[in-house]
Design a protein around this ligand. Structure first.
Ligand code: G6P
Length: 442
């Protein structure tokens, strides 16, 4: 890394890219990036050009010597990369809309990373990430892979267990979002707040909260028990928790826990939305259209505030802080997705968990939490089993394994309904699931 850092972003045409670029610009003194390669596929060429040119203008405006390259040639880009970030969506938003709509026909939650939708996003994404891993192994074996591609937990799990890449970290903005909102509720600056996070991606709990090192958990529980303080992300309906439930749980659930602890209310709202404003993917399509119109403006050279309509707020902070801490061996604490290694008892050592880690130049070192509270442990274990079975189904293309994954998901009520959803979704996503179809067709 003597001549500056080389970053490669796969899915560089994403509307989120300005977030990342802004994060790199802000940290340039500590993180001297010399090259940023934005990579996409032919279907993403137009978006790549638009957002890539905005990235160039942002760097130019900041007066920094970061060379931004736009390319469709992933292998060319990956050569000697120091960090590879991944933020792609196989099948684009149309595939997500199917993940959201099809399960609703069966009275089952339709969501990007949970239930049948999460399963199918995993099946589409895992083979692609494993392919990228092979390229990394060959072209930049010392690089860190920093993944934000959803379902981030399953993707990290698959990389850890089915590739030779060891230097991988999965990232999510949910913990940062919880921290910001908690600080706001407490009326203190976020830098003074520390939260013990543990669980899985999109299933993480805040187990304790400190201000200046002193636990304020009782106060946080009191605040959270007030439905007016309910916290969420832009993509998840903000329905307040039952106060007694929060007092019983004695932990901060993440916004995604609503799909499990408020399944009927969330399902009802998804059904309503599907008939009115559209599913989240359909709404996001519209937001993206507006964003890309703005990005085209040659006078725009900063991240437009409209990007905040997306669910990924603070994601660049999470990504850039992580890269910064690895590069500078900062040894600060950040919640990331990494190999458990015993940090959470009752989750397999070789599985991905989302947990506070000390971030060193050798990567994240998970901080041991012992066991999860009994009320959280069972659900976390069940979702982890689901994620492991999904990863196996994605790699093998085995129908029975996919059906097993669908059936053991707690949002799916029976094996028969699981089979119906599976069959309809396999057909709908056929184009992106060669592992399930190529052998049959051959
Ligand atoms: C949340 C999640 C991300 C997810 C995003 C979706 O922030 O943590 O993992 O990608 O929401 O946002 P969108 O605007 O695409 O619905």
């Amino acid at each position: 890394m003597n001549n500056g850092i080389k970053i490669v972003t796969i899915g560089g045409g994403s509307s989120y890219t300005p977030e990342l670029v802004e994060g790199f610009i802000k940290r340039y003194t500590e993180l001297p990036i010399s090259e940023l390669w934005l990579v996409d596929i032919p279907a993403g060429q137009e978006k790549l050009n638009i957002v890539g040119n905005l990235a160039k203008r942002m760097v130019e405006k900041a007066g920094l010597p970061i060379k931004v390259h736009l390319t469709l040639d992933r292998r060319e880009a990956l050569k000697n990369a120091d960090f590879v970030t991944t933020q792609f969506r196989v099948g684009l938003l149309d595939a997500r809309a199917k993940d959201e709509r099809i399960p609703l026909k069966y009275n089952v939650i339709g969501q990007e990373t949970n239930g049948p939708g999460g399963l199918f996003k995993g099946l589409r994404t895992i083979p692609v990430i494993l392919d990228i891993c092979k390229d990394i192994e060959e072209l930049c074996p010392d690089a860190w892979l920093v993944n934000f591609t959803n379902p981030a937990g399953m993707v990290t799990e698959a990389v850890l267990r089915y590739s030779n890449i060891k230097k991988v970290v999965g990232l999510c903005n949910v913990p940062v979002g919880i921290k910001m909102r908690t600080a706001e509720m407490l009326g203190v600056e976020p830098e003074r707040v520390q939260i013990d996070f543990a669980g899985l991606n999109h299933m993480v709990y805040g187990l304790n909260v400190y201000v200046d090192g002193v636990s304020v958990m009782d106060k946080v529980i009191d605040l959270m028990a007030n439905p007016d303080n309910s916290m969420t992300m832009k993509n998840i309906k903000n329905i307040g928790w039952e106060p007694e439930f929060i007092r019983g749980l004695k932990a901060i659930p993440c916004p995604y826990h609503r799909y499990y602890y408020k399944t009927s209310e969330m399902l009802e709202d998804e059904m309503r939305a599907a008939n009115e404003e559209g599913t989240r993917a359909e709404v996001v399509k519209q937001v993206e259209k507006e964003l890309f119109e703005l990005y085209k403006n040659p006078d725009l050279a900063v991240k437009p505030p409209q990007l905040e309509k997306r669910g990924g707020a603070y994601y660049s902070d999470a990504a850039c802080n992580l890269i910064n801490s690895i590069y500078n061996d900062k040894r600060d604490i950040q919640p990331v997705n990494t190999r458990n290694n015993g940090a959470i008892a009752s989750i397999p050592d070789d599985s991905a968990v989302e947990v506070n880690c000390v971030i060193t130049k050798e990567g994240p070192k998970p901080i041991s939490v012992g066991d999860l509270p009994v009320a959280a442990k069972g659900l976390v274990q069940q979702i982890k089993s689901f994620e492991r079975v999904v990863a196996e189904a994605a790699v093998t293309g085995d129908y029975n394994t996919a059906l097993l994954a669908m059936t053991i998901n707690p949002l799916v009520p029976s094996d028969q309904i699981a089979k119906q959803i599976l069959d309809e979704m396999l057909e709908a996503h056929k184009e992106y699931l060669p592992q399930f179809f190529s052998a049959v067709e051959a």
